[in-house]
Design a protein. Structure first.
Length: 252
C-alpha cells in the first residue's frame, strides 16, 4: 500500500513574525513542482494568517499546534477549529508531548480536542510516544496502545481514516537522540496493528504514521526507507530553511 509522505514542521513557540513569513516563503518556493509528497508548517497561532498568505499558490499546508473542541465560547486562551480554519489552517497537531507533559493534557482531553477538530473538518495529527522511563521499563507498547485507544475513543471509522499519527518518543524530542530506524519502524508497525484492532486492517494500511524526535537532514533518508514510516514531524530542524528543505527533499 503506498501512502503519500508528509513532512511537517512544528515551529513550537519560536520565530518572530518577520522570520516566520520569510521562512514560510522560502519553503513555499522550494516546494514548487513537488507533487509526490505533502509539506506542512505549524507556526505559532498568532502567525497562522501571515504564514498562510506566504504559502498561498504553493503546495504547502498550514496547521495549528492545538485546538479547542468548541466552535466558540468562554474558553480564555483557546482557539476554536473554526478560527484555525479562518486563519488558513487545514490541519492541527494534537497531544504533542509538550502539551501532555508541560501542560498536563490527558488522553481524555486530547480525545475531546480530536473529536472537535474532526467535527469542523480539520485534519488531526495525533501525537503519541513513551518517556525514557517507560521505554526502560518495557512499557512502550502498552503506552502507545493506551494513547491510541483513548485518543480514538468515540471516533467512527469514517473519521478515523482522516487522522494522521505521529510517533514521537519523548526521549528523542529536542534531545538530538533519534530513535534508531529499527526502533521507529517497530513502533510504527505496532501502531498499525493497534489501529487494525481498533478499526480494521484496511484503515490501518491507509493511515499515515509520521516519526518525530530529532529528525535531521542526515537521518531522514534512512527513516523514510522503513516500510511503516510515512513522513516526519520535525521540530528544531524545521526552523532553518536549509535543513528543512533537505528533509522535504528526502530520498529513500
Ligand atoms: P525535534 O522536535 O525535531 O526538535 O526533536 C520534534 C517535535 O517536537 O515534534
Amino acid at each position: 500500500m503506498s501512502r503519500r509522505p508528509l513532512i511537517a514542521g512544528n515551529w513550537k513557540m519560536y520565530l518572530t513574525k518577520d522570520e516566520a513569513v520569510q521562512l514560510a516563503s522560502s519553503i513555499a518556493s522550494s516546494c514548487r513542482g513537488i507533487d509526490d509528497r505533502d509539506v506542512m508548517l505549524a507556526p505559532p497561532s498568532i502567525f497562522l494568517q501571515a504564514v498562510s498568505e506566504s504559502v498561498r499558490d504553493s503546495p504547502v499546508m498550514v496547521a495549528g499546534q492545538n485546538v479547542c473542541w468548541e466552535s466558540e465560547g468562554a474558553f480564555t486562551g483557546e482557539i476554536s477549529p473554526v478560527m484555525l480554519k479562518n486563519a488558513g489552517a487545514a490541519m492541527v497537531i494534537l497531544g504533542h508531548s509538550e502539551r501532555r507533559h508541560i501542560f498536563h493534557e490527558s488522553d481524555e482531553l486530547v480525545n475531546k480536542r480530536l473529536l472537535g477538530a474532526l467535527r469542523f473538518d480539520l485534519i488531526p495529527i495525533l501525537c503519541i510516544g513513551e518517556t525514557l522511563d517507560q521505554r526502560e521499563e518495557e512499557q512502550t507498547f502498552a503506552v502507545l496502545e493506551q494513547q491510541l485507544a483513548k485518543g480514538f475513543a468515540d471516533v467512527c471509522l469514517e473519521d478515523a481514516e482522516k487522522v494522521l499519527i505521529a510517533y514521537e518518543p519523548v526521549w528523542a524530542i529536542g534531545t538530538g537522540k533519534t530513535a534508531t530506524r529499527e526502533q521507529a519502524q517497530d513502533a510504527h508497525y505496532f501502531v498499525r496493528g493497534v489501529l487494525s484492532g481498533l478499526y480494521e486492517k484496511k484503515l490501518a494500511d491507509k493511515v499515515r504514521i509520521l516519526y518525530g524526535g530529532s529528525v535531521k537532514p542526515d537521518n531522514i533518508d534512512s527513516l523514510m526507507a522503513e516500510p511503516d514510516i510515512d513522513g516526519a514531524l520535525v521540530g528544531g530542524a524545521a526552523l532553518q530553511s536549509e535543513s528543512f528543505d533537505r528533509i522535504i527533499h528526502f530520498s529513500k
